[in-house]
Design a protein around this ligand. Structure first.
Ligand code: M6R
Length: 630
């Protein structure tokens, strides 16, 4: 997930003709837009402006501040036209070279990009055969060279037409913005499965990943549709589809102020990130199969013979990431038949774990900087184990030190309470499990394809759960004075219960505990008294009926002792209705994939309850987003 901004203002001649003041300096608009969009990514930033028939550009690894320093030391000329980018690295680590814009064709064309181009390797091969050279490891440079090649092949100096043709070759998710020396007052952009909004000013026009990119200048905006190309000048814009047919965007007025705009109109980053979960799962799944339907994990650069000889998997992680690991264990053991342990990273090395060359250690971390997890990685490597990092932050320490990294593509997670990263971690761990099952022959190709097809349906199902959040929020509001909330689950529902309790503890400061439902009668049931709220995550009745029946019995047992039962159950599961004070439904899905759905109401509940108590859900007390000390 990257931040993108584009600007075209009036030339001084145009301003004179109109008798209006000159527009803004493009650079001011771009840097201000990037500041507002930096929440979307901060691995590197860059700008390109057209001035005096050349593309002037600066780009720098690290936060926007580094780019600003660079611009201070090496200023760019005043310009009316430019593009800017703040990057969340996907292909190619965060470096000056991989930063956007990518300037190609002898410095004539500059391109920025948000998204993942799935077929970049194939296009790159073709372009290399045509004699093109590449400087970076990015998929973006491939798109830029393809656009330049198409522009030159068409030969009619039509950047918009070249963009349409080039986009027809691209697969995956992308927003592209381009400026060309032949078109000093124009920015051409395109989008597929990735956001792009047009901002309409007085004699100046803007583009942004979202309205926060230009909110300081206009509130009049147009949402671009899927597979559309837009070409903007200072006083006009034209929208087409990828075949050049005229198309229309959706005009709207921005009602938020600038601060709210960064959060996409949500009151908090946490709420925004909960709502981004369908996208986080979808992007994590994207580009993982080849044309024959085989699962390919390009990033997993560990020798296949080593992966085939693995006889034990140990997942190390902390907090929410450790619960993602617990979910992963059920799936990996079931699909791969490899014994799998999950261990809190800070406990791992102090108990002298039995780890050797045949152990695969999987380090789960959103930030990639958690010191406890990093130390566990180092300890495992010292014992000869190979380490795969599942991480959301490209270029961070854990994936850099690991033997291989599998990135989640959830985009930056700003709120301290992890939400979309959790679902993305589970998704990536499923992919790892399926990949190992494919490699080791534990599952037939059609079985793996079947599970992948189910996974592909999950983003839409998560969206359904999010769409039904009103009832969960109402309950949270009514329970804001609760002193304690318990969570019960079995099988994959157990780590979901633990995660539900953690969310409530960390942002609402309420005592909360998650239990394995089977453990109730071994102690925790003594906590149940009249009015005690208890969430119960119910497994699917389809396929695992004995598991389901046991959880239904647990609900009866606690209800009989006065608990207020809040049940999360599959659509169509009527067996819970008689014992539930409240029921929240999730769409039907295979049991192993259910955590991607059942977690969501618990996140919404915690976020709403904490908000109702007046707490800052993004920055809860005593906590930090990235725990870089042991
Ligand atoms: O960045 P990581 O995934 O390594 O962080 C691990 C935990 O610190 C983190 O998940 C923490 O538990 C969250 N605040 C929970 O919401």
């Amino acid at each position: 997930m990257c931040g993108i901004v584009g600007y075209v203002g009036p030339s001084s001649q145009l301003a004179d003709e109109r008798g209006t003041a000159a527009g803004h300096d493009a650079l001011d608009v771009l840097v201000e837009g990037l500041r507002r969009l930096e929440y979307r990514g901060y691995d590197s930033a860059g700008v390109a402006v057209i001035s005096d028939g050349t593309v002037g550009f600066r780009k720098k690894a690290g936060k926007l501040l580094n780019l600003e320093q660079e611009l201070g030391e090496h200023p760019l000329p005043r310009s009316t036209t430019g593009i800017g980018h703040t990057r969340w690295a996907t292909h190619g680590g965060p470096s000056d070279l991989n930063a956007h814009p990518h300037v190609v064709d002898g410095g004539r064309l500059a391109v920025i990009h948000n998204g993942i181009i799935e077929n970049f390797a194939e296009i790159k091969r073709e372009l290399v055969e045509k004699g093109h050279e590449f400087l970076s490891e990015t998929d973006t440079e491939v798109a830029a060279v393809l656009l330049a090649d198409t522009y030159n092949d068409l030969g009619d100096q039509d950047l918009t037409a070249a963009m349409q043709v080039a986009c027809r070759r691209l697969e995956g998710a992308f927003t592209l913005l381009a400026v060309h020396v032949d078109h000093p007052g124009r920015v051409v952009a395109a989008r597929r499965n990735s956001p792009l909004v047009l901002g309409l000013g007085e004699g100046e026009n803007f583009l942004g990943s979202d309205v926060s990119g230009f909110i300081d200048y206009t509130r009049s905006a147009v949402e671009l549709g899927q597979d559309q190309v837009v070409s903007i000048t200072a006083d006009a814009y034209e929208i087409t589809d990828f075949h050049g047919n005229p198309a229309e965007g959706k005009p709207f007025e921005v009602l938020w102020d600038a601060a709210a705009a960064e959060k996409g109109g949500f009151p908090s980053f946490m709420e925004k990130e909960i709502n981004e979960q369908p996208m986080a799962v979808e992007q994590t799944l994207m580009g993982r199969t080849d044309p024959d339907g085989n699962l390919v994990l390009d990033e997993l650069k560990i020798d296949e013979s080593v992966l085939r000889s693995v006889d034990k998997i140990v997942v190390v992680a902390c907090g929410t990431a450790a619960y993602a690991g617990q979910v992963a264990r059920y799936a990996i053991e079931h699909w791969c038949r490899i014994p799998t342990e999950v261990e809190l990273a800070h406990e791992f090395r102090y108990r002298d774990p039995i780890v050797n060359e045949r152990t695969l250690v999987v380090a789960l971390s959103q930030s990639g900087e958690t010191m406890d997890t990093l130390m566990a990685v180092r300890h495992a490597q010292e014992q000869g184990a190979k380490v795969v990092a599942i991480c959301n932050t490209n270029g961070s320490t854990i994936p850099r030190e690991a033997d291989a990294a599998l990135y989640t593509h959830a985009g930056p997670e700003i709120a301290v309470a992890s939400t979309k990263a959790f679902l993305a971690q589970i998704t990536a761990a499923y992919l790892l499990g399926l990949y190992l099952a494919q490699l080791r022959g534990n599952k037939y190709k059609d079985e793996i394809a079947g599970i992948l097809a189910e996974l592909e349906t999950m983003p839409a199902k998560i969206q359904q759960v999010i769409d039904a959040q009103g009832a969960v929020k109402d309950l949270a509001q009514s329970m804001k004075d609760a002193a304690s909330v318990l969570f019960l689950g079995r099988h994959v529902g157990f780590p979901v219960a633990l995660e539900g309790a953690l969310k409530l503890k960390e942002i609402a400061y309420i005592h909360a505990e998650g239990f394995a439902a089977g453990e109730l009668k071994h102690g925790p049931i003594a906590l149940i008294e009249e009015g005690q709220p208890v969430f119960v995550i119910v497994p699917s009745p389809r396929g695992r009926d004995s598991l389901h029946a046991k959880v239904v019995s647990n609900i009866q047992e606690i209800r009989a002792r006065g608990a207020v039962t809040i049940v999360i159950a599959e659509e169509g599961d009527e067996s819970v209705a008689d014992y539930a004070n409240h029921v929240f439904r999730v769409p039907q899905s295979p049991t192993l994939l259910q955590p991607l759905l059942t977690t969501v109401p618990l996140q919404i509940f915690a976020c709403e309850l904490a908000t109702a108590k007046g707490y800052d859900v993004d920055q809860p007390r005593n906590l930090a987003k990235s725990v870089t000390v042991e």
